[in-house]
Design a protein. Structure first.
Lengths: 111, 111
């Protein structure tokens, strides 16, 4: 059974820092991995989708990498801003029609 | 392009009452999901439908029923609501191997 772990569970950083959020998974046989953002009281918004054949994806200040062999993905946020404060979740699609989610990293960027 | 639409957004029920949460997607996705999200518990899968005409239990199906009415619509029914079903419910959909999209959530309180 696929298990997805996100470390750290919570993170507080000053504005302007570059930061890395981690997502690890136990079964490397995946179709893709997706990063989401969730603001308090809101739904999940897709940030980046990395297919199993890809090593990374970039969108603006966000860069997500995927290393299937080690069962890891990282979400890099450059020059963090208070508006980046949210919970970030990763989800792994192992081809069983059931995505497996991590518990998320709660990020606070303070001015 | 509306994406994934959930109704209602808010609902208050008394114990024992029944209700149906509606979900529709306009992206021609084949798979649809119902999750619940509770503080400290993460996202938990209630039911999913891998394709039109099929439904399967997820991690926490007790007390719920679902109907995949057609390719667009996937409803979640609470036959006799209990306070333990107070939660935020999310519908999601995906085209196999592609990007998972979520609705904005339905906040249910059972008194």
């Amino acid at each position: 059974k696929q298990e997805v772990t996100q470390i750290p569970a919570a993170l507080s950083v000053p504005e302007g820092e570059n930061l890395v959020l981690n997502c690890s998974f136990t079964d490397s046989a995946i179709y893709n991995l997706q990063w989401f953002r969730q603001d308090p009281g809101k739904g999940l918004t897709s940030l980046l989708l990395i297919q199993s054949s890809q090593r990374e994806q970039t969108s603006g200040r966000l860069n997500a990498s995927l290393d299937k062999s080690s069962g890891r993905s990282t979400l890099y946020i450059a020059a963090s801003q208070p508006g980046d404060s949210a919970t970030y979740l990763c989800a792994v699609d192992g081809g069983s029609y059931i995505p497996t989610f991590g518990r998320g990293t709660s990020l606070i960027v303070h001015p | 392009n509306a994406g994934v639409t959930q109704t209602p957004k808010f609902q208050v029920l008394k114990t024992g009452q029944s209700m149906t949460l509606q979900c529709a997607q306009d992206m021609n996705h084949n798979s649809m999901y119902w999750y619940r999200q509770d503080p400290g518990m993460g996202l938990r899968l209630i039911y999913y439908s891998a394709s039109e005409g099929t439904t399967d239990k997820g991690e926490v199906p007790n007390g719920y029923n679902v109907s995949r009415l057609n390719k667009r619509e996937f409803s979640l029914r609470l036959e006799s609501a209990a306070p333990s079903q107070t939660s935020v419910y999310f519908c999601a959909s995906v085209l196999t191997g592609g990007e998972l999209f979520f609705g904005e959530g339905s906040r249910l309180t059972v008194l």
